[in-house]
Design a protein around this ligand. Structure first.
Ligand code: AQP
Length: 332
């Protein structure tokens, strides 16, 4: 079975619809006929300042959410990144293979460091894509299911894999991004040309999976659309409506064409009201299940322990190859 690998940062109390529709839903689907490794990226989280107590809590909340949405620990290794020290170890080797200019070209660093100025950003935030390359390459996956914002990082990962392979010896598989075009960029409800984002969206622009369902419904009903009245799918001129149709289609498995037909002659209010109901029906059981799982910390801990054990089996073997190929003396 082809291997897949992906991760998510525990940097919020809840995942949002962008995370879920852009990436996590694909994780669940890919479990069926792939061999998956999914992790909670706490090493990445500390590239910006975190409160230790909150970070720890959020890592467990992330694990509970992954299980609640259907990640099955019998099929997938689910683990916390810091439980597998090989990520940081391979990260260092890859940093030594990355050009400074190459790292500088990563647009996410430019965006994220823009606010406080480059001087305020940590070196970890700068080298984050290289650690991400290590996260991926350790497991030699075929596919990496992510949202569109990660495409450039995947390119860097492939470049580094190729560079290592040609400088030393073929060690890494070149992974393919697995990006579903329709949901690759879920946008902010209030600013429908920007991506829905934990750090950049206003509370009204983001739908959090664990939020009170009634609050999410209200946000859908207040979503920004446009001054026309016609419901059609046109990403260029109608990004708000487009985003609502995308979310609607993804949650109901109905095609956008189908929805556009159904809403012909109806108003934005109808579309929003129905979508709000769909969202409530979707998040309510998810939320209940997550809260239930969070009450069973012993179970969560055991799932994460087993996941890390499975991950380490693969990661230690890859790192052993890497260390030997770069010329490190084998430990006695
Ligand atoms: N708006 C989005 N549309 C589609 N996919 C998205 N992803 C994130 N936002 C969208 C995908 O979610 C996965 C997990 O991402 P992450 O943990 O790296 O979180 P992130 O990218 O940091 O999420 P945010 O909300 O965008 O956080 P900030 O604002 O801090 O950058 C990834 O596969 C990502 O592509």
């Amino acid at each position: 079975r082809p291997r897949v690998l992906s991760g998510i940062q525990p940097t919020a109390d809840s995942f949002h619809f962008g995370n879920y529709l852009g990436a996590l839903r694909q994780w669940v689907d890919l479990q069926r006929d792939h061999q998956p490794f999914f992790f909670i990226a706490d090493l990445h989280a500390i590239t910006v300042e975190q409160d230790p107590k909150v970070l720890r809590e959020r890592a467990l909340r992330s694990a509970a959410q992954l299980l609640a949405m259907g990640i099955d620990p019998e099929r997938s290794a689910i683990f916390i990144q810091s439980h597998v020290p090989e990520h940081a170890q391979l990260g260092w080797v890859l940093q030594c293979l990355t050009g400074f200019g190459e790292a500088r070209r990563m647009t996410q660093f430019k965006d994220k460091s823009a606010k406080g100025g480059e001087g305020a950003a940590s070196v970890g935030l700068f080298t984050y894509p290289v650690l991400q390359a290590a996260d991926i390459l350790l497991y030699r996956p075929h596919y990496v299911p992510v949202g569109e914002d990660q495409r450039q990082h995947l390119e860097l990962t492939r470049d580094l894999a190729q560079r290592f392979n040609s400088r030393y010896k073929k060690t890494f598989r070149l992974p393919e991004p697995y990006i579903l075009k329709a949901t690759a960029k879920i946008t902010d409800l209030q600013e429908p040309t920007a991506k829905m984002s934990k750090s950049a969206s206003s509370p009204a622009g983001i739908i959090e999976m664990l939020d009170e369902p009634a609050r999410s419904a209200k946000k859908i009903r207040s979503a920004v659309t446009d001054s026309e009245a016609e419901i059609r799918f046109d990403p260029e001129t109608k990004p708000g409506v487009n985003n609502l149709l995308t979310i609607y289609s993804a949650l109901t498995a109905r095609s956008v064409t189908d929805l556009v037909e159904e809403y012909a002659g109806k108003g934005y209010g109808d579309l929003k009201k129905d979508l709000a109901d769909v969202v409530v029906d979707f998040v309510t059981p998810f939320r209940d299940r997550t809260l239930e799982l969070l009450d069973d910390q012993a179970y969560l801990t055991e799932v994460l322990r087993r996941g890390a054990e499975q991950a380490r089996e693969v990661a230690t073997a890859t790192l052993r190859d890497v260390y030997s190929r770069v010329g490190f003396v084998a430990p006695p």
